[in-house]
Design a protein around this ligand. Structure first.
Ligand SMILES: Nc1ncnc2c1ncn2[C@@H]1O[C@H](COP(=O)(O)OP(=O)(O)OP(=O)(O)O)[C@@H](O)[C@H]1O
Length: 231
């Protein structure tokens, strides 16, 4: 269980508070109006945004004071997931160790991850030599080699066309199921949430709401969500 316990986050005038428990292995969409604090919540879970109060617990480990790199978390953002001067294999290898050459076993892990995301044969290419979809796959390979329990996605596929985005979401769904990864995904598109998540965590008006089933919530949205969905 990922326990977001009595969180209180302040950023200038902005404030977000609430409690939510996320079951291990769940796939959860983080939804809410623009500026509601979706990215801020992911940053807090990853350790980049300090809490004013509250605790973040994972399987009874208290992560609250832990540095980002020491948390069992991998994260993908909308942009900037790849270094342009490094190859696909080097970018993926950064997930294991940014500072030194990889051991043969670690190189094997990179090779398996690159194959899993469908980029075998492209290990030596730089990001500029890949399509947008292939770049997303390379970023996902880096997440895979990290072998973390939690994956946080902040709209990483927003720049892709609808078909490619659907393909990437399906790949993420398969991979998190295979590895029993707990997924939190920020999305502006309710169809993304329906496609791969079973629960939604709504953030609105400074409050974090406990996760609720995706289809029920989107079919019968609470008032705070209705305006955002345009229903
Ligand atoms: N450095 C900052 N100082 C003060 N307020 C900030 C700062 N950065 C962001 N904010 C405010 O924090 C709030 C939450 O921002 P956040 O990016 O988490 O929202 P979001 O729900 O992810 O938005 P969007 O859907 O538009 O990406 C916003 O109202 C924003 O204006």
């Amino acid at each position: 269980m990922l326990r977001l316990n009595a969180l209180d986050i302040r950023k200038g005038e902005f404030r977000l508070s609430g409690t939510a428990d996320i079951k291990a292995g769940a796939r959860v969409a983080v939804i809410g109006p623009s500026g509601a604090g979706k990215s801020t919540l992911l940053e807090a879970i990853a350790g980049f945004q300090p809490l004013d109060s509250g605790k973040i617990l994972w399987r009874s480990d208290d992560l609250t004071a832990r540095a980002p790199g020491k948390r069992p978390i991998a994260m993908l953002f909308q942009d900037g997931n790849l270094f342009p001067h490094l190859t696909v294999a080097q970018n993926a290898g950064l997930g294991i160790n940014p500072n030194r050459k990889l051991t043969p076993d670690e190189m094997k892990t990179v090779e398996v991850a690159i194959s899993r995301v469908g980029l075998s044969g492209m290990e030596g290419r730089k990001p500029a030599e890949l399509s947008g979809g292939q770049q997303s796959r390379a970023a996902l390979a880096r997440v895979l080699v990290q072998q973390r329990d939690l994956l946080l996605l902040d709209e990483p596929f927003a720049a892709l066309g609808p078909a490619l985005k659907a393909e990437m979401l399906d790949l993420v769904k398969e991979i998190v199921a295979e590895r029993n990864i707990t997924l939190l995904m920020v999305s502006h598109d309710p169809d993304d949430a329906r496609r791969i998540t079973d629960e939604v965590l709504l953030i609105a008006e400074g409050k974090l709401h406990p996760p609720a089933p995706t289809a029920d919530t989107l079919d019968n949205p609470p008032a705070a969500l209705r305006e955002y969905l345009g229903t």
